[in-house]
Design a binder for this molecule. Structure first.
Ligand SMILES: Cc1cc2nc3c(=O)[nH]c(=O)nc-3n(C[C@H](O)[C@H](O)[C@H](O)COP(=O)(O)OP(=O)(O)OC[C@H]3O[C@@H](n4cnc5c(N)ncnc54)[C@H](O)[C@@H]3O)c2cc1C
Length: 477
């Protein structure tokens, strides 16, 4: 027999990924009774199938590449990686796909948890279907936040659904390296997984529709990552895609756009993300299932009356990264709290209740060899930015910190200067070790620190941070 129950909360959050968890925690901190609904693991994609497992696979690869440039240390890292140890570390960093710790965290925050599939059934109404077949009908006094994230978007290549392709989930959780791995795509997931699996023993072939990697970043970043992957043995084929695939005798046979054929043991489709909104009951509030949820800067969904529906994290498509989604969550939780408690809402740019950084200061690190780190505007976006921008380039290999970092250091940095404001609009670094530089850049961009003041921010010698001084000197001529 199945049961039907009814409960009322101030706030209902659908989806307990990193973002939903933080919306719930912030709403609770604002004194609101809050429930969160999750159909899989508390912690979402990031903890179990994305950030954590992928970075655990990549850390030994990046560390070995760095160590191999240090005289005296290089022989110690010359051999192959201990694949079993790397995979065991990956399992540990993914909490063995168990979520007790995150459940404890929700409990300590005072957030109620319901395991099951949540669907909107009308304004401020959500029904949860549990695994046992019970239905829990929830009503929100103030707000419902949808934080259901994304899934891999699979391209309609004929035959793809018959070959059991890898998505990012299989690529981050596989228990052995396939002999031959084909990867369709040239974005962040594609380059990171190519880096990891090539180092773990696969022969990786990348099929890239475009004429370069990381097409949304500065072109030099894609070029340096291409160089690094090719040196590691990855076969990268640009202006190429798969037009047909079939699995026969255990192997995937792929027909390429130039008519040639490629055989692989597994194929990873790393071709973007799609919102998980097909089955969240959007139709019950006048929205279209399967669409991204468009929001204003306080995360209220546009096109829904009453201002009670919020969409936070990947599902709103503003910035598909955990750190930025959690930033959104802090803002959304605070604004839901302020509105519910009839407190003032500060919507001025950079105010407490708007996610201004989403528009101009989103940091990202790509964990390849070399790494890429960027924040803010890129030269590809200058034309549409409506801002007067000066581009300043510098060869990272020329700084003393890079000489100390490793021999034959190769890298590049680009700073975009808003000449009207006299501030940094964007910056991209590509080179070994640059991931840890990104927060300095985020502070400069989000803080709109005047260049004249940055001139007084002295980088320690000899560190990679010296790149700041060199870029400023180049700008000043
Ligand atoms: C391979 C890979 C590597 C990545 N690496 C990084 C990285 O290093 N750093 C970084 O910042 N970002 C990284 N990302 C991006 C990051 O994973 C996402 O930005 C982040 O997970 C988004 O969080 P979210 O809470 O919005 O969504 P998700 O993490 O997708 O969580 C959504 C949750 O909602 C649940 N859900 C969905 N529908 C329902 C429903 N109807 N009812 C109940 N529950 C539901 C899902 O089960 C899931 O748990 C990576 C992504 C990939 C694919």
């Amino acid at each position: 027999m199945t049961n039907e129950t009814t409960r009322t909360y101030d706030v209902i959050v659908i989806g307990a990924g990193p973002v939903g968890e933080n919306v719930a925690e912030r709403a609770r901190a604002a004194g609101l009774s809050t429930v969160i609904i999750e159909r899989e693991l508390i912690g979402g994609e990031c903890s179990f199938w994305a950030c954590d497992p992928s970075k655990a696979l990549l850390r030994p690869v990046v560390a070995r590449a760095d160590a191999s440039r240090v005289p005296g240390l290089d022989p110690a890292v010359a051999g192959p990686l201990d694949v079993d140890a790397v995979l065991a570390h990956r399992d540990k960093m993914s909490s063995y796909w168990k979520d007790e710790d995150q459940v404890d965290w929700l409990n300590s925050a005072g957030v109620d948890l319901i395991r099951g599939h949540g669907r909107l059934t009308g304004p401020k109404k959500v029904a949860v279907q549990t695994a046992e077949g019970d239905t829990i009908n929830l009503t929100a006094r103030h707000a419902v936040a949808v934080s259901t994230g994304t899934r891999a978007a699979l391209p309609p290549i004929p035959g793809y659904d018959t070959v059991r392709p890898w998505t990012s989930r299989e690529a981050t959780t596989a228990t052995k390296a396939p002999g031959r791995l084909a990867i369709v795509g040239g974005g962040v997931v594609a380059v990171e997984m190519a880096t990891a699996w090539q180092a773990l023993g696969s022969q990786v072939t990348m099929l890239v529709l475009e004429n370069g990697l990381l097409e949304r970043m500065e072109p030099f970043a894609g070029d340096l990552v291409t160089e690094g992957l090719r040196e590691a043995g990855v076969d990268i084929r640009f202006n190429t895609t798969a037009t047909f695939m079939t699995r026969e005798d255990g192997e995937v046979r792929i027909t390429l756009s130039d008519g040639s054929e490629l055989a692989a043991d597994e194929i990873l489709l790393a071709t973007g993300r799609a919102p998980q909104t097909r089955d969240v009951g959007l139709q019950s509030v006048g929205l279209t299932p399967g669409d991204w949820l468009t929001v204003d800067d306080t995360f209220q969904v546009t096109g829904v009356d009453g201002g009670w529906l919020y969409a936070v994290g990947d599902v709103n498509r503003r910035a598909l990264m955990t750190h930025q989604g959690k930033y959104q969550a802090r803002i959304a939780g605070a604004v839901i709290g302020a509105r519910a408690n009839n407190e003032p809402v500060d919507t001025a740019p950079w105010g407490a209740h708007v996610a201004t950084a989403d528009h101009s200061a989103v940091p990202q690190v790509v964990f390849t060899t070399p790494e890429v780190a960027s924040v803010g505007l890129t030269s590809r976006e200058i034309e549409h930015s409506g801002r007067r921008i000066k581009v300043v380039d510098y060869d990272l290999a020329q700084i003393a910190g890079a000489h100390q970092y490793g021999e034959d250091y190769r890298g590049h940095a680009r700073m975009l200067i808003d000449t009207d404001q006299g501030t940094v609009a964007g910056i991209t670094f590509a080179g070994p070790g640059v991931g840890e530089l990104v927060h300095s850049a985020t502070i400069a961009v989000s803080g709109e620190v005047p260049l004249n003041r940055l001139w007084h921010a002295v980088p320690a010698f000899p560190t990679l941070g010296e790149i700041w001084l060199r870029l400023l000197e180049t700008h000043r001529g």
